[in-house]
Design a protein around this ligand. Structure first.
Ligand SMILES: *Cc1c(COP(=O)(O)O)cnc(C)c1O
Length: 372
């Protein structure tokens, strides 16, 4: 707190990012980074870009990246906005699409258990919001969002649960808004969609001008350190995002990031192989945990939300941390007993499994498998 802060800053409650420890010996399973390196072509492209040209400003329109996104998702470059990480793209999308409370806006809707940056952005831009409770099993009921509102934000798969909605369910929501909620946007955050089955919705933006999909290279493309994200939508919506960007900083994506991002988008084959490995490891670890009595939410992302049969969330977190394994614990009423575990390499996940506490010998559920 400082007397030099204005009232706006005093009122903020900023997002708290996952820890980035300096201790490199920790097994880091806390921020959903990809455990595999980026494509070698990305590194080559960044090396090529790291020369004399750095004295020049980067292309403000990110033309090469937008063309690569258009090619990869079957849209046109006019439908693509590129930003400095999808967090920035989301911040601009909230500013461009949702009405603030001074205009008596209806609240926007997002799940009560979701990416905790959404309420932060809503508060920053003074956008009213109503969290919509997820069901007891942490799934989302799409019908709950079919009501008059200021717009919808849904991550698919959801974070931190990993649960996904079908593309059909989300498409029905997009149609509902198109038909009944004029001017209101459905924003689908696809940060983890590449780890799921048939979830990507970007091609629907050609038919539905109210749909905005948001993407990141941080998770599926192993480039969290490069900070590139993008949005796909109808050209009018995209121009709205450009207006917001150009009211802050016309050059948010630097030359190295643009070069690396374009190379990553063009190397789909490399990333398909990498992410298939992540998905296979996810299945193996989920099964191993269930066999030991852990509750594991069904995940289509590169992480698992798990509950220990014997330890509370914070206790389990500390137990793992003491053994050099860093995972994520959230303090929320319904998720405080869970931990979110990012999927690491096979070797890391094997170590994670061997470090789990031994099964307790207290007899649960009245079962005495080997006699009393
Ligand atoms: C990681 C994440 C992002 C942010 O990604 P960056 O591109 O690294 O800013 C956005 N949305 C969700 C749901 C995420 O988990």
């Amino acid at each position: 707190m400082s007397i030099y802060w204005n009232r706006r800053v005093v009122a903020l409650s900023p997002y708290i990012p996952g820890e980035q420890p300096l201790d490199k010996t920790l097994i880091k399973l806390n921020t959903n980074e990809n455990p595999y390196p980026p494509s070698p072509r990305v590194i080559e492209a960044i090396h090529r870009a790291a020369g004399d040209e750095l004295r020049r400003y980067p292309d403000p329109a990110c033309t090469e990246v937008r063309m690569a996104v258009a090619e990869r998702y079957g849209v046109t470059p006019e439908q693509v906005f590129v930003g400095n990480g999808s967090d920035e793209v989301l911040a601009f999308a909230f500013a461009a699409c949702f009405e603030s409370s001074c205009h008596q806006a209806r609240p926007i809707l997002f799940p009560d258990i979701t990416y905790s940056f959404y309420p932060v952005y809503a508060q920053f831009w003074d956008i009213p919001f109503t969290p919509v409770p997820v069901v007891e099993d942490f799934s989302i009921t799409i019908e709950d969002y079919k009501q008059p509102s200021g717009g919808v934000v849904i991550p698919n798969p959801n974070a931190p649960t990993g649960r996904a909605l079908s593309r059909t369910a989300l498409a029905s929501l997009v149609r509902y808004y198109e038909q009944t909620q004029e001017g209101r946007v459905v924003l689908v955050d696809e940060a983890y969609a590449a780890f799921g089955r048939d979830l990507e919705m970007a091609s629907l933006t050609r038919e539905h001008p109210n749909l905005l999909t948001v993407h990141t290279l941080s998770k599926a493309a192993s480039l969290a350190g490069l900070r590139v994200g993008f949005a796909i939508g109808n050209p009018g919506l995209i121009q709205g995002l450009c207006r917001v960007r150009d009211s802050f900083n016309s050059y948010p994506v630097d030359r190295l990031a643009q070069a690396g991002a374009a190379a990553a988008l063009k190397d789909a084959a490399y990333y398909e192989a990498v992410n298939q490995k992540v998905v296979a490891t996810r299945s193996r670890v989920a099964q191993a945990l269930q066999d030991r009595g852990y509750e594991v939410l069904p995940s289509q992302a590169n992480f698992l939300m798990i509950r220990s049969p014997s330890q509370g969330g914070l206790e389990f977190f500390t137990y793992l941390r003491d053994r050099g394994i860093l995972v994520r614990h959230f303090k929320g009423p319904r998720i405080t007993d869970f931990l979110r575990v990012s999927i690491g390499t096979d070797a890391e996940m094997t170590r994670f499994l061997t470090h789990l506490p031994p099964p307790t010998d207290t007899c649960r559920g009245g079962e005495f498998p080997d006699g009393p």
